[in-house]
Design a protein around this ligand. Structure first.
Ligand SMILES: Cc1cc2nc3c(=O)[nH]c(=O)nc-3n(C[C@H](O)[C@H](O)[C@H](O)COP(=O)(O)O)c2cc1C
Length: 201
Protein backbone atom coordinates (compact mmCIF):
# COMPACT_ATOMS: atom_id res chain seq x y z
CA UNK A 1 0.00 0.00 0.00
CA UNK A 2 1.39 3.45 -0.86
CA UNK A 3 1.48 6.16 1.82
CA UNK A 4 -1.45 7.99 0.18
CA UNK A 5 -3.80 4.96 0.21
CA UNK A 6 -6.15 4.46 3.16
CA UNK A 7 -6.69 0.98 4.58
CA UNK A 8 -10.21 -0.15 3.76
CA UNK A 9 -12.68 -1.88 6.07
CA UNK A 10 -13.30 -5.53 5.19
CA UNK A 11 -16.22 -6.16 2.88
CA UNK A 12 -19.24 -7.75 4.54
CA UNK A 13 -20.42 -10.69 2.46
CA UNK A 14 -23.81 -12.20 3.29
CA UNK A 15 -24.00 -15.82 2.15
CA UNK A 16 -27.62 -16.84 1.55
CA UNK A 17 -28.28 -20.55 1.87
CA UNK A 18 -31.27 -21.19 -0.39
CA UNK A 19 -32.20 -24.80 0.40
CA UNK A 20 -34.18 -25.39 3.57
CA UNK A 21 -35.04 -29.04 2.86
CA UNK A 22 -34.84 -31.77 5.48
CA UNK A 23 -31.60 -33.68 4.78
CA UNK A 24 -30.37 -31.00 2.38
CA UNK A 25 -26.91 -31.06 0.82
CA UNK A 26 -26.57 -27.28 1.21
CA UNK A 27 -24.37 -27.31 4.37
CA UNK A 28 -21.62 -29.21 2.54
CA UNK A 29 -21.46 -26.62 -0.24
CA UNK A 30 -21.75 -23.74 2.23
CA UNK A 31 -18.89 -25.05 4.39
CA UNK A 32 -16.73 -25.41 1.28
CA UNK A 33 -17.48 -21.79 0.36
CA UNK A 34 -16.84 -20.45 3.85
CA UNK A 35 -13.46 -22.20 3.73
CA UNK A 36 -12.59 -20.06 0.71
CA UNK A 37 -14.06 -16.91 2.23
CA UNK A 38 -12.10 -17.51 5.42
CA UNK A 39 -8.82 -17.41 3.51
CA UNK A 40 -9.48 -13.79 2.50
CA UNK A 41 -8.76 -11.19 5.17
CA UNK A 42 -10.55 -8.56 3.05
CA UNK A 43 -13.90 -10.37 3.39
CA UNK A 44 -16.15 -10.97 6.45
CA UNK A 45 -18.75 -13.65 5.85
CA UNK A 46 -22.19 -13.75 7.49
CA UNK A 47 -24.06 -16.99 6.80
CA UNK A 48 -27.78 -16.30 6.40
CA UNK A 49 -29.21 -19.80 6.46
CA UNK A 50 -32.86 -19.59 5.43
CA UNK A 51 -33.56 -22.87 7.25
CA UNK A 52 -32.45 -21.30 10.54
CA UNK A 53 -34.15 -17.98 9.91
CA UNK A 54 -37.38 -18.83 8.07
CA UNK A 55 -39.40 -15.89 6.79
CA UNK A 56 -43.19 -15.71 6.58
CA UNK A 57 -44.56 -16.56 3.17
CA UNK A 58 -47.43 -14.06 3.09
CA UNK A 59 -46.12 -10.69 1.93
CA UNK A 60 -47.81 -7.42 2.95
CA UNK A 61 -49.63 -5.28 0.38
CA UNK A 62 -47.20 -3.28 -1.74
CA UNK A 63 -45.73 -0.40 0.24
CA UNK A 64 -47.44 -1.50 3.49
CA UNK A 65 -45.66 -2.24 6.77
CA UNK A 66 -45.21 -5.95 7.55
CA UNK A 67 -47.95 -7.19 9.90
CA UNK A 68 -47.18 -7.79 13.61
CA UNK A 69 -45.84 -11.26 14.15
CA UNK A 70 -43.56 -11.06 11.12
CA UNK A 71 -41.21 -8.54 12.70
CA UNK A 72 -39.12 -11.03 14.70
CA UNK A 73 -38.56 -13.23 11.69
CA UNK A 74 -37.54 -10.28 9.54
CA UNK A 75 -35.33 -8.90 12.30
CA UNK A 76 -33.22 -12.05 12.06
CA UNK A 77 -32.53 -11.47 8.37
CA UNK A 78 -33.21 -7.94 7.10
CA UNK A 79 -30.56 -6.00 9.08
CA UNK A 80 -27.93 -8.51 7.96
CA UNK A 81 -28.86 -8.02 4.31
CA UNK A 82 -28.90 -4.25 4.79
CA UNK A 83 -25.42 -4.35 6.34
CA UNK A 84 -23.93 -6.47 3.57
CA UNK A 85 -21.66 -4.97 0.91
CA UNK A 86 -22.03 -8.07 -1.27
CA UNK A 87 -23.88 -11.37 -1.46
CA UNK A 88 -23.18 -14.95 -2.42
CA UNK A 89 -26.25 -17.11 -3.06
CA UNK A 90 -25.64 -20.82 -2.48
CA UNK A 91 -28.40 -22.43 -4.47
CA UNK A 92 -29.41 -25.83 -5.77
CA UNK A 93 -31.62 -26.27 -8.82
CA UNK A 94 -35.21 -27.35 -8.29
CA UNK A 95 -37.26 -27.95 -11.44
CA UNK A 96 -34.98 -25.81 -13.59
CA UNK A 97 -34.96 -22.88 -11.19
CA UNK A 98 -34.03 -21.99 -7.61
CA UNK A 99 -35.82 -22.89 -4.36
CA UNK A 100 -38.92 -21.00 -3.24
CA UNK A 101 -37.45 -19.93 0.15
CA UNK A 102 -34.80 -17.92 -1.69
CA UNK A 103 -37.44 -16.16 -3.84
CA UNK A 104 -39.40 -15.42 -0.69
CA UNK A 105 -36.32 -13.91 0.99
CA UNK A 106 -35.60 -11.85 -2.12
CA UNK A 107 -39.17 -10.55 -2.32
CA UNK A 108 -39.35 -9.54 1.34
CA UNK A 109 -36.59 -7.04 0.65
CA UNK A 110 -35.86 -4.30 -1.80
CA UNK A 111 -33.47 -1.51 -0.80
CA UNK A 112 -31.26 -4.13 0.89
CA UNK A 113 -30.21 -5.35 -2.58
CA UNK A 114 -29.72 -1.98 -4.27
CA UNK A 115 -26.36 -1.18 -5.77
CA UNK A 116 -24.73 -4.38 -4.51
CA UNK A 117 -23.07 -7.31 -6.26
CA UNK A 118 -24.39 -10.87 -6.10
CA UNK A 119 -22.32 -13.97 -6.89
CA UNK A 120 -23.64 -17.51 -7.27
CA UNK A 121 -22.44 -20.89 -6.11
CA UNK A 122 -24.82 -23.45 -7.53
CA UNK A 123 -25.25 -27.18 -7.46
CA UNK A 124 -27.62 -29.80 -8.70
CA UNK A 125 -27.83 -32.82 -10.93
CA UNK A 126 -26.83 -32.65 -14.58
CA UNK A 127 -27.13 -28.89 -14.85
CA UNK A 128 -25.06 -27.95 -11.81
CA UNK A 129 -27.73 -25.40 -10.96
CA UNK A 130 -26.87 -23.16 -13.90
CA UNK A 131 -30.51 -22.66 -14.88
CA UNK A 132 -31.27 -21.56 -11.32
CA UNK A 133 -28.48 -19.00 -11.63
CA UNK A 134 -29.73 -17.62 -14.94
CA UNK A 135 -33.18 -17.10 -13.41
CA UNK A 136 -31.64 -15.31 -10.45
CA UNK A 137 -29.77 -12.89 -12.70
CA UNK A 138 -33.03 -11.58 -14.16
CA UNK A 139 -34.66 -11.28 -10.75
CA UNK A 140 -31.72 -9.48 -9.16
CA UNK A 141 -31.52 -6.97 -12.03
CA UNK A 142 -35.07 -5.92 -11.12
CA UNK A 143 -33.80 -5.25 -7.58
CA UNK A 144 -31.00 -2.94 -8.72
CA UNK A 145 -28.29 -5.47 -7.92
CA UNK A 146 -25.48 -6.44 -10.24
CA UNK A 147 -24.61 -10.08 -10.80
CA UNK A 148 -21.11 -11.49 -11.08
CA UNK A 149 -20.26 -13.22 -14.32
CA UNK A 150 -18.13 -16.04 -12.95
CA UNK A 151 -19.87 -18.81 -11.06
CA UNK A 152 -18.91 -22.02 -9.33
CA UNK A 153 -21.27 -24.83 -10.21
CA UNK A 154 -21.22 -28.39 -8.98
CA UNK A 155 -22.66 -30.96 -11.36
CA UNK A 156 -23.85 -34.18 -9.70
CA UNK A 157 -22.98 -32.32 -6.54
CA UNK A 158 -22.96 -35.15 -4.03
CA UNK A 159 -20.14 -36.83 -5.96
CA UNK A 160 -17.99 -33.69 -6.09
CA UNK A 161 -17.09 -33.61 -2.38
CA UNK A 162 -15.11 -36.13 -0.33
CA UNK A 163 -16.23 -37.38 3.09
CA UNK A 164 -14.65 -34.33 4.73
CA UNK A 165 -16.46 -31.91 2.40
CA UNK A 166 -13.34 -31.17 0.38
CA UNK A 167 -13.16 -30.81 -3.40
CA UNK A 168 -9.93 -32.19 -4.81
CA UNK A 169 -9.87 -30.22 -8.04
CA UNK A 170 -7.55 -27.24 -8.71
CA UNK A 171 -9.96 -25.99 -11.40
CA UNK A 172 -12.68 -25.61 -8.77
CA UNK A 173 -10.32 -23.71 -6.46
CA UNK A 174 -9.43 -21.44 -9.38
CA UNK A 175 -13.12 -20.89 -10.14
CA UNK A 176 -13.78 -19.96 -6.51
CA UNK A 177 -10.86 -17.52 -6.54
CA UNK A 178 -12.08 -15.89 -9.75
CA UNK A 179 -15.61 -15.55 -8.37
CA UNK A 180 -14.41 -13.97 -5.13
CA UNK A 181 -11.96 -11.69 -6.97
CA UNK A 182 -14.77 -10.38 -9.16
CA UNK A 183 -17.18 -10.06 -6.23
CA UNK A 184 -14.54 -8.14 -4.27
CA UNK A 185 -13.83 -5.80 -7.20
CA UNK A 186 -17.51 -4.95 -7.64
CA UNK A 187 -18.17 -4.65 -3.92
CA UNK A 188 -15.32 -2.16 -3.49
CA UNK A 189 -16.29 -0.23 -6.61
CA UNK A 190 -19.95 0.05 -5.58
CA UNK A 191 -19.24 0.78 -1.91
CA UNK A 192 -16.82 3.55 -2.92
CA UNK A 193 -19.30 4.96 -5.43
CA UNK A 194 -22.18 4.93 -2.91
CA UNK A 195 -20.00 6.74 -0.35
CA UNK A 196 -19.67 9.59 -2.87
CA UNK A 197 -23.18 9.57 -4.34
CA UNK A 198 -26.31 7.71 -3.17
CA UNK A 199 -27.50 4.98 -5.48
CA UNK A 200 -30.19 6.23 -7.91
CA UNK A 201 -32.83 3.57 -7.38
C1 LIG B 1 -37.84 -30.60 -5.86
C2 LIG B 1 -36.52 -30.89 -6.53
C3 LIG B 1 -36.35 -30.59 -7.86
C4 LIG B 1 -35.13 -30.82 -8.49
N1 LIG B 1 -34.96 -30.44 -9.80
C5 LIG B 1 -33.73 -30.51 -10.36
C6 LIG B 1 -33.51 -29.97 -11.66
O1 LIG B 1 -34.38 -29.44 -12.30
N2 LIG B 1 -32.27 -30.05 -12.18
C7 LIG B 1 -31.22 -30.61 -11.49
O2 LIG B 1 -30.11 -30.64 -12.00
N3 LIG B 1 -31.41 -31.14 -10.25
C8 LIG B 1 -32.64 -31.08 -9.67
N4 LIG B 1 -32.83 -31.57 -8.40
C9 LIG B 1 -31.68 -32.16 -7.69
C10 LIG B 1 -31.10 -31.16 -6.71
O3 LIG B 1 -30.55 -30.04 -7.36
C11 LIG B 1 -30.05 -31.83 -5.87
O4 LIG B 1 -30.64 -32.92 -5.21
C12 LIG B 1 -29.48 -30.88 -4.83
O5 LIG B 1 -28.46 -31.54 -4.14
C13 LIG B 1 -30.54 -30.40 -3.86
O6 LIG B 1 -29.98 -29.52 -2.93
P1 LIG B 1 -30.36 -29.58 -1.37
O7 LIG B 1 -30.18 -31.02 -0.95
O8 LIG B 1 -29.36 -28.68 -0.70
O9 LIG B 1 -31.77 -29.11 -1.26
C14 LIG B 1 -34.06 -31.39 -7.77
C15 LIG B 1 -34.26 -31.72 -6.41
C16 LIG B 1 -35.46 -31.46 -5.80
C17 LIG B 1 -35.63 -31.76 -4.32
Amino acid sequence: MSSTEQPTAPLRVAVLVASTREGRFAPVVTRWLTGHLGQRPDLRADIVDLAETPLPTVLPAFGEEPPPGTREALAAVSPRLAAADAFVFVTPEYNHSYPAPLKNAIDWHNAEWHGKPVAFVSYGGLSGGLRAVEHLRVVMAELNATTIRNTVSFHQATGSFDADGRVDDPAVDAAAKALLDQLTWWAHALRDAKSRRPYAA
